[in-house]
Design a protein around this ligand. Structure first.
Ligand SMILES: NC(=O)c1ccc[n+]([C@@H]2O[C@H](COP(=O)([O-])OP(=O)(O)OC[C@H]3O[C@@H](n4cnc5c(N)ncnc54)[C@H](O)[C@@H]3O)[C@@H](O)[C@H]2O)c1
Length: 270
């Protein structure tokens, strides 16, 4: 029997592998013996990959073309690419949500039984239980222009788009896990707290440095490293997680747990 975390023989597709969490995933996948790693990004990763398809995940035609170029079996798909709300809402929704859904659905027929889809969401997308019906309505919209118009007419909910795009990913993970399981494919997400990556300064800008520092303080005072998140993503893609499906796994040093049980200290935000 092979080791439950082993990736040897596995063919992997990963988006957003140039920097941060995705780049760390490449290292972990190499250590675990991944047979082939196909990277989709706007920038060519320096790390260990087998092939690169330059792809803007926010561009439906580019995503379709990339999926077309990927022939044969895909054992694990890591939907990791993401951008901050330093960009317009339409871009944020397109890269973080629409591109992720499009690639997942395009590649699903190539994912064999026992395969997995693993999404990088965020604790910033953890507010969906307060308005699940609206998020379900949003994710049911197939047409890009229609969704962007929906966002425009729900500005209070959608805000700068980042948190809402990750709410869409979290709820889609719950919903699509049923459909993918019908093919023997698991779907899960990792929901990280702040991570020390090139995106962090952008979050300091969009969410304020005070809020980000406070969040890290509530996470025990240390920030997650890209590898902390990469190892969790890779776990969810591995046979070790064979019975894990439809889970949004908070990787936040307990932040969400403390929030739920009223143990968060808000005084630092005042
Ligand atoms: N850094 C954090 O604090 C944090 C917290 C929670 C979740 N996340 C999520 O983690 C994921 C990885 O982000 P990161 O923190 O490693 O940041 P990062 O900026 O280092 O990585 C993002 C990756 O996506 C690629 N990318 C950007 N725009 C793209 C596009 N249009 N098409 C294809 N690829 C594109 C980048 O080149 C890069 O490789 C994202 O989904 C992000 O939302 C980050």
């Amino acid at each position: 029997m092979s080791h439950p975390f082993d990736y040897s023989g596995k063919r992997v597709v990963i988006t957003g592998a140039f920097s941060g969490v995705g780049a760390a995933c490449l290292e972990v996948l190499q250590q675990l013996g991944a047979a082939e790693v196909i990277a989709l990004d706007i920038k060519r990763p320096d790390g260990p990959i087998s092939s690169f398809i330059e792809t803007n995940m926010g561009d439906a035609a580019a995503v379709a073309a990339a999926a077309e170029q990927i022939d044969g079996r895909v054992d694990v798909l890591f939907n990791n690419a993401g951008i901050s709300a330093t960009r317009p809402v339409a871009d944020v929704m397109s890269v973080n949500w629409l591109g992720l859904r499009q690639l997942s659905e395009a590649l699903l027929p190539q994912i064999p039984q026992g395969g997995a889809i693993v999404n990088t969401a965020s604790i910033a997308g953890g507010q969906w239980p307060g308005h699940l019906a609206e998020v379900m309505e949003a994710i049911a919209i197939e047409d890009r222009a229609e969704l962007l118009a929906w966002c425009d007419s729900h500005k209070d909910l959608v805000g700068d788009g980042y948190g809402f795009s990750k709410e869409c990913v979290q709820v889609y993970t719950l919903k699509s896990a049923k459909q993918t399981l019908a093919r023997g494919v698991r779907t899960n997400s990792v929901c990280p707290a702040p991570i020390d990556t090139p995106l962090l300064p952008e979050f300091n800008e969009t969410m304020t440095e005070k809020t980000m520092s406070w969040t890290i303080e509530q996470c025990g005072g240390t920030i997650a490293t890209p590898t902390d998140i990469a190892t969790t993503l890779v776990f969810l893609g591995a046979d070790a997680a064979r019975y894990v499906n439809g889970v949004n796994l908070n990787v936040d040093m307990g932040f969400s747990a403390f929030m739920t049980t009223g143990q968060i200290d808000f005084s630092g935000l005042a």
